[in-house]
Write a protein that binds this ligand. Structure first.
Ligand code: 5GP
Length: 336
């Protein structure tokens, strides 16, 4: 994470008391806070100690030292390792066989669903959540992000919504491939060079991007903003990792977790669509969804309801997943 030049606001996900911190360079300069507090970080130049105010107290006191995200994550990771080690010792006492079996089971699971596990295993320990100032503007509609496992109709659901051209619209993607004769720049795609695309990736301009046949494709924050400013609802189909970038923007999307229906209903849906899919694959999809929900909630992405942190700040991770919105059949579903 490069040092930020602008000030940022974060929501704390742990309690902090400098009096109990053995590592703080100067206890008197420390600032205590509680889980849920919004902190206004004014300096991240020191890798271990940030300077911050509690939101709203900027005029009343001096900024104080708080542990940086990486320092706190490191500390949490160490603590979890110690707890993990102790648990393992306990398991060894109870019986090595049992422990080995458990380990085997876990490993198998990991290999079955590599994509989601890889993403979430590398996910940071949640210490501070980036929040953005939110200024509701008249006639600006918050985007809708559909997330969930592949092949359960998320794409069709998005298409279905977009049929209502008065209300919904897609963000025009960028690509580095050559423009075809029938295409218009700024309408079908924003056509840019490979070099420009790579610069934009480095500048974190895209919420998502990928490569297909040696060309880049991606959706920029700006393109989403254009739809928002036009008064329409931008509908996006994203991987959960993209939520991280959206979190620190002021787009404040509604994130909808599209969960699969029961195995039986999923089977029927595939049959109706004329697809023959093995039960194993369907079960895998359902399991993937369960893992996404589980890991998502652990990582603070999928939190039930609207998270109002204070009058002015609002977390962008507002996922009504309790219960998750279900769209078992794409035909006839709608978001009102
Ligand atoms: P085409 O070059 O034929 O227009 O699109 C080629 C592929 O690029 C398609 O499979 C399409 O799904 C993908 N693509 C188009 N827009 C985007 C985008 O914004 N992001 C990503 N990741 N892929 C895209």
């Amino acid at each position: 994470r490069p040092p930020l030049t602008q000030t940022v606001h974060v929501k704390a996900h742990f309690d902090y008391d400098p009096e109990e911190d053995l590592y703080i360079p100067c206890r008197e300069l420390g600032m205590s806070f509680q889980k849920g507090d919004i902190l206004h970080v004014i300096s991240q130049s020191d890798p271990n100690w940030w300077q911050a105010y509690r939101d709203g107290e900027e005029d009343q006191s001096l900024a104080g030292l708080i542990p940086s995200r990486s320092f706190q994550q490191h500390r949490e990771a160490m603590r979890q390792t110690v707890v993990g080690d102790n648990n393992n010792k306990e398991k060894t006492k109870k019986g090595k066989l049992l422990c080995a079996k458990k380990h085997q089971k876990k490993k198998k699971k990991k290999m079955l669903y590599p994509s989601y596990n890889e993403d979430f295993d590398s996910e940071e320990i949640l210490t501070y959540e980036d929040v953005a100032l939110y200024y509701p503007r008249a006639n600006c509609k918050r985007p809708i992000v559909l997330i969930g496992p592949p092949n359960i109709g998320r794409h069709e659901l998005r298409q279905k919504l977009m049929e209502d051209r008065e209300r919904f619209a897609a963000a025009i993607p960028h690509t580095s491939r050559a423009k075809r004769d029938s295409e218009l720049n700024g309408q079908d795609y924003h056509f840019i060079s490979r070099q420009e695309f790579e610069n934009d990736i480095l500048q974190r301009k895209f919420v998502e991007h990928g490569e297909y046949e040696k060309a880049y494709y991606g959706t920029s924050i700006k393109a989403i903003q254009v739809v928002v400013n036009s008064g329409k609802i931008c509908v996006l189909n994203l991987h959960p990792l993209s939520l991280k970038i959206l979190k620190s923007s002021d787009l404040k999307p509604f994130v909808v977790f599209v969960a699969p229906p029961s195995l039986e209903k999923l089977r029927q849906k595939k049959q109706r669509q004329g697809e023959t899919v093995k039960d194993e694959e369907l079960k895998e999809t359902i399991e993937k969804a369960r893992e996404m929900e589980e890991h998502g909630s652990l990582n603070g992405f999928l939190l039930p309801g609207l998270l109002m942190n204070s009058d002015r700040y609002c977390s962008v991770s507002m996922v009504p997943n309790n219960p998750p919105l279900r769209f078992p059949q794409t035909r006839g579903s709608s978001i009102s």
